[in-house]
Design a protein around this ligand. Structure first.
Ligand code: 5GP
Ligand code: ZN
Length: 114
């Protein structure tokens, strides 16, 4: 997808503070962090929303969660706690239509979310 900002980050066409990368996923700091730790974990493959995931991508989604767990440990927030969020479409406030898991931590979170 040549007009997708996250595909451009995957392709290194625009810079990002990448904290982890493997064959399937990239994780980078959010440009507008909402917590002391705010990392976005994305598949390298362009998938617009959670609604577009298909069964054969089960492993990929699991990989995204395992990367979130690994980064949470590395950032020292695994035991204190953290939040992971996939926003899907307008009511959730999804702005970038390339799926991304938000990993948020380093401060006390409130519930319900805004
Ligand atoms: P959404 O609202 O779609 O769930 O979240 C999109 C997130 O992407 C926002 O938290 C926003 O700050 C972040 N973001 C948007 N553009 C960029 C960018 O160019 N670089 C980085 N690192 N983050 C971005
Ligand atoms: Zn994309």
């Amino acid at each position: 997808m040549n007009d997708c900002i996250f595909c451009k980050i995957v392709d290194k066409e625009i810079p990002a503070e990448i904290v982890y990368e493997n064959e399937e996923v990239v994780a980078f700091n959010d440009i507008n962090p909402q917590a002391p730790v705010h990392v976005l974990i994305i598949p390298k493959k362009h998938i617009p929303t959670l609604n577009n995931i298909v069964g054969e991508q089960k492993k990929l989604i699991g990989e995204i969660l395992l990367v979130a767990q690994k980064i949470a440990r590395e950032k020292g927030i695994a035991e204190r706690g953290y939040r992971t969020v996939f926003n899907c479409n307008a009511d959730a406030g999804q702005d970038v239509f390339h799926i991304h898991l938000h990993l948020l931590g380093g401060r006390k979170m409130t519930w319900p979310p805004g």
